[in-house]
Design a protein around this ligand. Sequence first.
Ligand SMILES: Cc1cc2nc3c(=O)[nH]c(=O)nc-3n(C[C@H](O)[C@H](O)[C@H](O)COP(=O)(O)OP(=O)(O)OC[C@H]3O[C@@H](n4cnc5c(N)ncnc54)[C@H](O)[C@@H]3O)c2cc1C
Length: 474
Amino acid sequence: MKANYGGGTVLRPYDSSYDPLVAQQPGHGMDYAPTYWVASAGSPPEDDGPIQGDCDVDVVVVGSGATGMSTALYLAQDHGIQAVVLEANQSVWGCSSRSGGQGQNASGRLSRSQWIERWGMDTAKRLDKEIREGFDNFKALTQEIDCDAFDGGHLYMAHKPSKMDYLRNMAQVRNEHFGYNTQIFSADEVRERFCDEREHHGAMFEEEGVGVHPMKLTFGLIRKARALGVKLHPASPVLGVETIGGVHHVRTPGGTVRAKRVVFCTGGYTWQRMHKTTRNKILPILSNSVVTRPLTDAEMKACNFQSKTFMTDTRTLRFYYRLLEGNRLQLGSRSSITGADAEDPVHLKLLTDAIARKFPPLAGIQIDYSWWGWVDVSHDMMPRITRPDPKQNIWYAVGYGGNGVSFSTWAGKRVAQRVAGKDADQEVFNLPIYNSPLEFPNIWNTVRSEAFAPFRRFGQYFLYKWYWFNDEFI
Ligand SMILES: Cc1cc2nc3c(=O)[nH]c(=O)nc-3n(C[C@H](O)[C@H](O)[C@H](O)COP(=O)(O)OP(=O)(O)OC[C@H]3O[C@@H](n4cnc5c(N)ncnc54)[C@H](O)[C@@H]3O)c2cc1C
């Protein structure tokens, strides 16, 4: 898919080994990853070409994923502020064109029981209200924008019998404390009503869950935002931000954009050297995905696919999967630790083995699309939508931990409110995701530079081994 660069910028080839933790540059006009979403999203919306020359603006949003585009949309729609969006590569180049498209009533990696443990019942209930409001807003967007939305809930599949107690407990907490109608299904009920997934031992079903075509959704956000006067500049990587007399000089290869306010919405692709507020504040983690060829009628029958409800399993290194429009199966999980190792066939095999285990009639099925992307993991597995330094007009909305399809759109709404100065009196901004910055604990602060990245990844390597052992054998 070619972008509509007004400035005639040459499209650079996609670099599959790109690794934000050690990259020397943030990317510059790179082609898209070879995803099913890119192949099926249709033509990209018009954009405003790369930045050419210096200019003065009010608000710069960095990153054109779902977070950046919803921030720009809500700034324009709710507050009459027309932001300028700077994107290093092409529009929607990062995770928002690579995800599983599973829009959950969640944000970050922690469950509601973990919220209670960490922050107490009162805060957990307020956080639930907030995240649910965000989910409802996301659901409304999926009805306004043509994005192949399937409003069929989420099945959380027990990958071993011992996980059923964990799911029963989770359902009880959800229902008793948060008023949901979460149900537990036996393996036979799942096989009859949803699909014949052979690995699971029963599942928790939550009604709240909308599967989407994530790139069509974000293209829709772009179209809405541009109709309200937002400018989107692809191939305009932010190489640094210097603040002089309260004005932020946002440096790109084509010129410097001088802005009163800046919002970083760069997710797992946050380049280490972009700005000190985001440096070493998230750990980028690779996630893989595959999409099969369309299933035949016989295969659909053999797997008893009755629904496009999306599924995840109870592994810590979880698999996520669902039947897409056109009866292709998508499945994904964790990937390699470094970008340099991402092409190793062992990571693809992890996914094709999982397809064979979960859906034996599909063993060996042709894989039409295979890709990966960097998700943004924060120090406590929860996102942050905040202004880290009250003296600077710089905000960020990052850290969804691989769970941002739905919440990124609400994060955009909330950060827009903050940028517009409408966050002073609202109690909601006392919630932990809004009232504290991203901060890795001391152990991370001692290993600040890229030179030490291999050491962090050493730790990640051993954690993955432990999680795998725990998932499969304990
Ligand atoms: C394989 C995979 C599967 C996933 N599946 C799911 C799922 O099923 N459900 C779910 O909820 N979440 C999922 N996620 C996570 C989800 O995709 C993200 O949380 C969400 O898309 C985040 O959007 P974003 O706008 O914050 O970031 P992104 O979409 O990554 O956008 C960030 C943008 O910032 C740009 N950028 C970075 N640095 C600069 C710079 N210096 N200058 C200019 N631009 C810059 C990047 O080029 C990029 O386009 C998945 C992620 C992956 C990779």
